[in-house]
Design a binder for this molecule. Sequence first.
Ligand SMILES: CC(C)(COP(=O)(O)OP(=O)(O)OC[C@H]1O[C@@H](n2cnc3c(N)ncnc32)[C@H](O)[C@@H]1OP(=O)(O)O)[C@@H](O)C(=O)NCCC(=O)NCCS
Length: 247
Amino acid sequence: MSADVSVVRFDTREWSDEQFDALFAEGFPQFILADQDAKALIAPVRDSFAALDIALVDAGENPVAAGWGVPICWDGEVADLPSGYTDSLRRAVDLRADGGRPDTLVICAGVVHPEHKGTGLATKLIHALADLAAREGLTKVIAPLRPTLKHRYPLTDINDYASWTRPDGSPFDPWLRLHVRMGARILTVAPRSQTMTGTVAEWESWTEMAFPVSGDYVIPDGVALLRIDREQDVGEYVEPNVWVQHR
Ligand SMILES: CC(C)(COP(=O)(O)OP(=O)(O)OC[C@H]1O[C@@H](n2cnc3c(N)ncnc32)[C@H](O)[C@@H]1OP(=O)(O)O)[C@@H](O)C(=O)NCCC(=O)NCCS
C-alpha cells in the first residue's frame, strides 16, 4: 500500500510542468486528444465540474494520482447509458445548461503516476471519486473503462475481450479486474465510446508510423484499428470501452 495521501481538488493547486508531465508521462497515447467532439466539450466540462476533478497528493504535495468525472442523469437501465465517454460529457454539459438535476457520476479517467503504479493508489482514487459522488448527492457511479491491456489485442472484438476471464473467474483485463474487485459489475460494452480523427500526416506523427496506402492498421496503444483513407486524407479510429457500475 502506498504512503498516506490526501485528496485535493485538482484546480486548487498550481502544478509545475515537471509535476504535471511526470503524472501523465505514461498515461495515454497522443491520439487520445484527437476526439474532436470531446475537444469541443472539455472547456465547459472543466468550467462546470471542477469539483469532480481530483488529485491524490503525497506528504510533499506531489500529485501521485488523478481522476475526474461528470454528473449526468441516468435511469439505471443499460438502454439509457450514454454511448460512451464523449456522450457522457455531452449529456453532462446539456443537463447543466438545461438546469437539470444529476443523479449519477460518470468516472471519465484515472491515472496513477508511473513511479507509484501497483501500490494501491488506483483503488484509493476510485474510492475518493465514489465518496465525492455520495457527497454531491450522486447516488450511482458508472464508468466507461478503457481496458489497459486491450491494446495488445486490437483485433479482438470488445464484447469478446470484456468476457475474457482468468482461471479464478476474475476479468482478464487488469483495469476491469480492479473495478470488479472493488464491487463493480460489468454492464455492457461501449463499442463507439470515442472517435478520433486526423489527417494522415497527423496520424503518422502521433503514432510514429507511416501509412503509405489506404487500409486498416494496428497502431501503438490502439485498442482498435486505425482506418486510413489516403484519398480523403483522413484517419479514423473508433475506441471501444466497457461500462461498469459501482455499488
Ligand atoms: C490504470 C491505472 C490507473 C491502474 O493503476 P495501478 O496503480 O497500476 O493499479 P493497481 O496497481 O491496483 O493494478 C491493477 C491491476 O493491474 C495490474 N497491472 C498493472 N499494470 C499492469 C501491466 N502493465 N500489465 C499487466 N497488468 C498490470 C496489476 O497487477 C493489478 O492486477 P491484479 O488484479 O493482478 O492485482 C494505471 O495503470 C494507469 O495510470 N494507467 C494509465 C492510464 C490509464 O490507462 N487509465 C485507465 C483508463 S482512464
